[in-house]
Structure formats: C-alpha cells, structure tokens
Design a protein around this ligand. Sequence first.
Ligand code: PMP
Ligand code: GLN
Length: 417
Amino acid sequence: IATKTNGIEKSVWVELIQLALEVKPLNLGQGFPDFAAPDTVRKALAEACSSDTNVLLNQYTRGFGHPRLVNALSKLYSKLIGREINPLNEVLVTAGAYEALFVTIMGLVNKGDEVIIIEPFFDCYMPQVKLAGGTPVFVPLCPKKTEGVTSSGDWVLDPTELGNAFTDKTKAIIVNTPNNPLGKVYKREELMMIADLCKKHNSIAIMDEVYEWMTYTGQEHVRMATLPGMWERTISIGSAGKTFSVTGWKIGWAYGPANLMKGLQVVHQHSVYTCTTPVQEAVGQGFEIEIQRYGTPDCYFQSLPAELEVKRNNIVKILTEAGLNPIVPEGGYFILADVRNISKRCIILIDIGGDSNERKDFRFVKWLSRNRKLQGIPPSAFYSPEHGDIGENYIRFCFIKEDENLEKAGEILRTLK
Ligand code: PMP
Ligand code: GLN
C-alpha cells in the first residue's frame, strides 16, 4: 500500500467501535445522542425521499452543495458573521465535518508546510496533515489549576509557547471550539491572541466549530471569522450531525473567503464530488425552520444546549460521587475525568490484562468495556505520541445520552470505588 499511509494506520474509532459491537456495553464512547433527533429534520427527510412531485430529490444535486442547503447556510452565517456570504463560492457542503477538515487540509496545505495543532485535538487532524505532506506542530493546553473542582476553562495556552511554534513555514493552525474532548470554549481574548499570530505569520485559521451551538451558562461561542482581519484567513467548519443530533446523516460544511474555498472545492470535486441530495434537502429545511425561530427558546440551537446543560451537571455529580475527578466542560458533549484514583486500584487489584506496551488509558477503557460493560474513550488518542502521557490519566465520556443511561454509568463506576 502507499507509503503515505505509513504511521497513520491506527484509529481509536475503528478499534473501539469494533469493541462496542462485540461487547455491547453501555456506550458513552463515540459521540452520538441515544435519543430521537428533532421531528423537523426527520419529517423533512422522509418527505424528500418519498415526494412524488419532486422525484429529482433522489438524484444527484449540485456538487458544491444542494442549492436549498447552501442558501440556508449562507443566510444563517451571513447574519452570524456580519457580512454577506456568497452561497455559490464561499460555502461548500461535505460528507460530514470530517470531509470538510480533509478537503481544507488537502486543499490548502503544501508539502513541507507546518500546521499547528492544539492538544488535546480531534484525532483525525494529525493523519490528515500528514497525508497532505505537512508537518504537524503540537502545542498543548495546560491546566493552570489542578486542585478541587476544575473546569475546561482552566486549560490554557501558554502565549510564549504558542508564539514560538509559529514560524515562516506555518501555513495554518487548527482550533476546535468548543473542544472535543475537553469541552473548552475559547474566550474572545484567547482567539484574539491566536488571530494576531495568524496575521503576523500570514497563516490560516482552520476552525472546527462543530459544537458551535453547545455552550453552557456564562459561555459564548466566539467565531474566529468575526474578529478583525480574520475573515480573509479563516475556514470555519460545521456539522449537521452535531447541529441537529443526526450524526448518521454525515453532512457537514465549510465556509470562508472564495480564494481559499477554491482549494477545498477542487479536492471535493475530484473525490466525493456531490453529497446525498435528500439529506441536504432535509438539513436545508431544518435550517430554514431554525432561522425563523432564532432567538426563541423553541429554537433547537437554544433548546438542545439547555437540555445538555442539565446532563452536564448530572454527569459531573455522578462522576464525582464515583470518586473520579471530572473537568467540568464549558461546552460540547464530552467530559474528561481523571481516573487515577480508580484505575490505579483496578490495575493493582485486578489483572486488567491487555498489552502492557499499550497506554494505561487504552488498557483501562478496554477492561471497563469488557468487564464492566461501560465504554468510554481513551484520551491519549487526542494527543501526539510525545504528549500521550497527559491523556493517559483520563477517560472521556459522552453525555448526550438519556438520563437513565448516565445513572447506570454511575452505578457501574461506583462499584470500582
Ligand atoms: N470535528 C470534531 C471536533 C468532532 O468531534 C467530529 C465528530 N466526529 C467531527 C469533526 C466530524 O464530524 P462529522 O460527524 O460531521 O463528520
Ligand atoms: N465526534 C465523535 C466523537 O468524538 C465521533 C467520532 C467519529 O465518528 N469518528 O466521538
């Protein structure tokens, strides 16, 4: 097989989703809701497929995005960004945010370019940069507070370290806010600091904003593209899977200035070419409805985070009672918990098995899944090999789950205490 695949063979998802299929644990691993998506988009999809008047909705649509969807995206983001976004050349619809990330990186990064990745990061950034021939440069978020109750907001960048990571080869920096797996929501000042470095070094900001609607009380999702001088150098990425709780639909998008979007379009037109029509139609209709309801409690962009905040508070309580030390997330639907108290005991008292060359968090997660039927995700997967030891102390749980399932996870974890 091609040498470009060397060294990027492993994927935490391939491994752990297979384990979940075998073991059938209570699954707080991969991020997806275990409850119904809103009626609006589900009905719209059923209608799009079964319409006798508009049978072409089951055929190919425009390659860079179905007109109804790109128009809705343009309308929404023009309002949020405060400038007219052209639906034809400043928006691209992709097969999930995954493909949006891939075409952004493949379409903008040259061989030898450096791309800064902030740790912990959504795992696919590193292999995608490598496939493009780029060099990933890692800068970790570090906790400024470790005692007592800590929040994802306590994890910050060291401005000097970040400044030193920028060189004349830095093509881009990838920022994920709200962050997966930490739940950090970048403050305006933090984004301004990154923006200043991008402008100084003529670099692009690749903004993974798939959890843009999921921020909790006191937090505001700030879009990099709204900061002075940043529209010109920012690609923003979103996901219908996250926005409408339909992760299986795999529709995402990227928007940004036409000169940069050109690179993304070229990669997309020669790989995926066009995404599923009826799903784009349904997501387009979903956006039209939410644009109408925008700013009211009925708007899904408001009701979903309200529902999730209650779950966030519950899981913090459940994990704390079970003797884990959670980092309270400010956004997103994942939580990291320090498992040193319990995993050390499990590793000492129980033969946790597994490959002793493997990282502790991978061994613990697999043991928990097989022997206690509860699945989480090992956070070292979100670190470069050099910094994996930071992630090893934690487990990631997904909390966009029915309350009773969060309770059941608590019951299982309490037995390890
Ligand atoms: N970025 C982040 C931070 C994610 O958590 C996910 C979830 N898989 C993605 C991108 C990819 O999203 P999608 O499912 O739309 O491809
Ligand atoms: N974003 C989700 C997670 O982090 C799903 C990952 C995936 O589909 N590979 O769990």
